[in-house]
Design a protein around this ligand. Sequence first.
Ligand code: RB5
Length: 146
Amino acid sequence: MTANKRIALSSDHAAIELRQAIADHIAALGWEPVDIGPTTPESTHYPIHGKAAAELVASGDCQLGIILCGTGQGIMIAANKVKGIRCGVCSDTFSARMIRQHNNANMLSIGERVVGAGLALDIVDAYLNAEFEGGRHATRADMIED
Ligand code: RB5
C-alpha cells in the first residue's frame, strides 16, 4: 500500500451530502480527498461509483477509500469485486477500528440512511486512526487475497 495520504471518495445519489461532509473532515485532518462524485442528486447506480473508487485504491493512486450509499452495502459489495480491495460497512466505531486492525481494510463503506453525520465522522476517525496489527491477521488477509 502506498502511504500517500490520498483517500478516494465516492457515493451514489443517496449519500452525496454525507460524502461532502467526510471530504471536508478528512481534509481538515491532513488527508487529501480524491472525491470522484457524483455531485448532482439524480439517481445513479452504486456499482459504477464503488468500482471507480476501488480502482483508485487497488492501483495505489489512493492509499485508502471511503464510499457511501444509502445503506453502505451495495457500494461495498461492488468495491469488493475489485482485486486487492478489502472493504467493510461500518455503523459503529468499534467495527471501524477493527476492520483496519484485523482485516487490513483499505476501504470503508458507510450508509447515509443508517448513521447520522456526527457518528459517521467518528467512524471515519476510528478507521483512519487504527493500524493493521499484522501477525496472524496478515495470514488471514493473505488467504483472502489468494
Ligand atoms: C438507492 O436507493 C439505494 O438502494 C442505494 O443507495 C444503496 O442503499 C444500496 O445498497
